[in-house]
Design a protein around this ligand. Sequence first.
Ligand code: FAD
Ligand code: UQ1
Length: 451
Amino acid sequence: CRALFCVTPGTHRMAALHRLRMQYMSGNAIAHLYTSTRAFAKCHYKMLVLGGGSGGIAMSARMKRMLGAENVAVVEPSEMHYYQPLWTLVGAGAKSAASAGRSTASVMPSGVKWVKSKVQEINPDVNTVLTVDGTKISYEYLIVALGLQLHFERIKGLPEGFEHPKIGSNYSVQTVEKTKRALQDFKEGNAVFTFPNTPVKCAGAPQKIMYLSEDFFRKTGKRAKANVIYNTSLPVLFGIKKYADSLWEIVKSRDIQVNLRQNLIEVRPENQEAVFENLDNPSEIKVIEYEMLHVTPPMGPNLVVKASLLADESGWLDLNKETLQHMNYPNVFGIGDCTNLPTSKTAAAVAAQSAVLNRTIKKILKNEMPDKKYDGYTSCPLVTSYNTVMLAEFDYNGQPLETFPINQAKESRIMYHMKADIMPHLYWHGLLRGLWGGPEPFRKILHLGMK
Ligand code: FAD
Ligand code: UQ1
């Protein structure tokens, strides 16, 4: 073929077929032979998608429409697909963990080949991918959607510290319900929330759980006995000034302590202590005793991307910022958290990117120049309580790019309803089916006649 049969170590399938043919010439044997042949996985695809998360499933649905299901394969090891944005509300006890997950089988577009394995190596010079079980898959076009890597292990005392109570993290399926438990068990003392010294996905999520927890303490009569502390590595509360200004008003009015440039380096769960370094003065170490600790782990590039020729010098997938085509390999494309697109890593960004990438690939297949440009659109519904959200939306330039003709820096009950009840449907039935490419068309209609 470029590969008619998968090349699996230890088996030479053509030789095996020949031996079978010689050994058994009965009708049964021949029937068996053809059944076996059909059972061999095809391992060349016109469009190969790496990763079956938000970006991978959205793009495989779109590629199925463009090329036909038989030409598309997705490599994804996980049996479950998670709607991660809901984990904020799961950690706060407002949604069940079960409602954030569905089987990968149920979100995989029908007819598209699901290769249930992990990518080990990408070899773009020869258009092949190697999986951990030794299967080589060749492709004509490749979409990389492998997400990013969490690094709990970079904090001393973690991940084993999660075996103790009073500590949780909304950032993984294994730890999100530990947040809920720590919140519900809270009696009195410090509730500490962290933001690491790396890029993260959904940069608002580390503080959303802090606002929700503060609201929870008020609702349960514990607020007077709680010190709510947000220790962030960043020099700002939020990267976009318009929303940061409003958030500062909220933390002041709700008596939340914000400490900038504080980076969590160690957790001592037996003593309930969290250790922080001051990034502006690394010799200054602070130990805070906690009654509840929410950890946002350090994050980094996907390790397979980082080890490949597709990575930039920092390890992220090196893409053209407007077309999402790879900078050096024109038959390679990318989407989502694994990329070096200089915007905030969110599912909302994935939605907008999926529409642009669809258009780029359509043009490339026709030997034409890509014409639709990604403007960096991303969004972060900043949950500020159990019934309010401030919907931040912005572009590559850090300029607000708001969908609704209202001031979105104000907390809103309708936006909470959108986040908690509408957005999940938009995700499962819109984005993952390749039908939701972000709110741009609505923004244009809603802003008709406005400057
Ligand atoms: P993912 O969805 O993470 O998918 C990556 C996939 O690649 C995974 O399925 C993984 O199993 C697979 N994979 C990894 N390595 C390999 C390998 N070697 N071989 C094969 N497959 C592999 N976004 C919003 O828009 N709004 C929000 O409110 C929001 N809140 C969030 C809150 C939290 C707590 C978290 C954790 C995230 C939040 N996000 C939010 C971010 C959003 O979930 C991600 O940005 C989005 O899921 C990125 O999609 P992706 O396809 O790039 O990566
Ligand atoms: C969005 O498109 C999206 O992807 C499905 C999200 O991820 C869950 C979001 O959080 C947001 C806010 C958007 C943007 C959508 C609208 C209607 C503003």
